[in-house]
Design a protein around this ligand. Structure first.
Ligand code: SF4
Ligand code: SF4
Length: 446
């Protein structure tokens, strides 16, 4: 076993040692309830978790169902009277149970397939929406960077790259020395960890984290909630880094007084934030930031913010529940007199970007609002055009230019795969055909 694997074992053993077996973590677990596990059996499930941690796998049947259902919401961690990071413990236990249940090669093949699919979609979507100089800047190896602050994008936000451009604008407005780094060569290794392929995870996610340190940056700002959670729980707790690590929203909220002095007049709007708990102080930070934007009124809406830490990802296995959350959010926003939904993360933005095809609502990311309040931003959200449907002329014209600049060609098969990727995700959308037809025509141009 590697030193890294030993340390994970030790983290789980520490949790088991402190656990009193009260069962509160299981009682509050939203996904255990979603699949019908009985909260009255909480002590039995936690007993099985303790047995797996101390004696090894395979997991007992009830525990295995709980582990499979987990989507990382962290409600368990918040409920634990002993302040145990239960989400972290469950994540490690899930990996152990998988390891005991099947040969590592099976997980490695699954992880490689999932990674390959994600990398192809990200590469294509980024190449359709970003100029080559910006893309090259983002993909440059982390260890070659020199700035004090490293803004780490992760992989998947590059499907909606206007968000990255907004963050760069905001950091520019703060006159900070920063580099931006991301893309699949700097993956956080989430698929490998989830599929219990620990050796490959160590060469990916663990290595990405080490490369941050090699850049010499004193602060690493994350964007992606999954990367943030993984680095926090599977890296920072394994070995304390030399740099500070935190989500960009928390950093911006800490710099709100400076931002406020640079805000310019804004149009009147009433906004609802699509909230997800579970990642540090992101909800509070985004609320704080938006509350300070001129002429912006935050509309309060009771919503199901504890079901998952973000849309998609591990929560995508609960399609019906996600759909209900999105519909309730949009309908609740309209009933409350809001005109805009503000998304926190990129996966939520992808899920909700098509809402304006269905409801009289605008959908923007919080970075759109802050960048524009600073007199910057305004980067076209092509993904929203894809998702909302309608005339695709603007999206296709931009894609033609960006694809040429990036030396990337789309063929009909890649358009088909991309269409499925974009429109099969849970969320609100307009016409799938509008995207498929317009981009198939672009592919046929050769
Ligand atoms: S992280 Fe959320 S889904 Fe996973 S065990 Fe904890 S409460 Fe349940
Ligand atoms: S809530 Fe905490 S102490 Fe109670 S069973 Fe869960 S992990 Fe153990």
């Amino acid at each position: 076993m590697s030193a890294y694997a030993d340390r994970l074992e030790a983290l789980a053993a520490e949790a088991a040692d402190r656990c009193t077996g009260c069962g509160k973590c299981f009682e509050v677990c939203p996904t255990a309830r979603e699949i019908g596990l009985d909260p009255g059996e909480a002590k039995a499930r936690v007993g099985e978790l303790l047995a797996l941690t101390l004696d090894g796998g395979p997991a007992a049947d009830g525990l295995q169902k709980w582990l499979n259902a987990c989507d990382g919401s962290a409600r368990c961690t918040d409920a634990c009277p002993e302040k145990i990071n239960v989400r972290q413990w469950v994540t490690i236990a899930k990996m152990k149970a998988l390891n005991a249940a099947r040969p590592r090669e099976v997980g490695a093949a699954n992880a490689a397939g999932r990674f390959r699919h994600m990398a192809q979609a990200v590469r294509l979507l980024a190449s359709m929406q970003l100029p080559s100089e910006t893309l090259k800047k983002i993909l440059e190896p982390a260890e070659r960077r020199t700035a004090e602050i490293l803004f780490y994008t992760g992989c998947n936000v590059l499907r909606t790259p206007h968000i990255v451009l907004n963050v760069m604008d905001i950091l520019d407005a703060l006159e900070l020395d920063f580099d931006v780094v991301g893309g699949t060569a700097h993956c956080c290794g989430v698929y490998q960890f989830q599929e219990a392929d620990l050796p490959t995870y160590e060469r990916m996610g663990h290595r990405t984290f080490q490369r941050f340190g090699q850049s010499g940056a004193s602060k690493v700002l994350t964007w992606c909630p999954t990367c943030t959670k993984n680095f926090d729980e599977l890296e920072k707790d394994v070995e304390e880094p030399f740099f500070d690590l935190g989500h960009i929203s928390e950093f911006l909220a800490a710099n709100l007084e400076t931002l406020k002095t640079r805000f310019v007049d804004q149009p009147k709007r009433r906004v609802v934030i699509h909230e997800h708990l579970g990642i540090g102080a992101t909800v509070d930070s985004i609320r704080k930031l938006l509350s300070a934007v001129p002429n912006l009124e935050l509309v309060e809406l009771v919503q199901d913010s504890g079901f998952s830490y973000a849309c998609g990802g591990q929560a995508a296995k609960f399609k019906g529940r996600e759909q209900a959350i999105h519909r309730a959010l949009a309908e609740g926003a309209i009933a409350a007199g809001a005109d805009t939904i503000v998304t926190m993360y990129h996966s939520c933005h992808r899920a909700l970007a098509g809402a304006e095809a269905v409801y009289p609502l605008k959908v923007v990311n919080f970075t759109d609002v802050i960048a524009e309040a600073l007199g910057r931003g305004g980067h076209p959200d092509y993904y929203r055009l894809y998702k909302a449907g309608g005339a695709m002329d603007e999206a296709v014209t931009a894609a033609r230019t960006f694809l040429t600049g990036n030396g990337v060609r789309v063929d009909e098969a890649s358009v088909q795969s991309l269409t499925a990727d974009i429109f099969d995700e849970t969320g609100l959308a307009g016409s799938r055909e509008a995207f498929a037809q317009a981009f198939t025509a672009l592919a046929r141009e050769g």
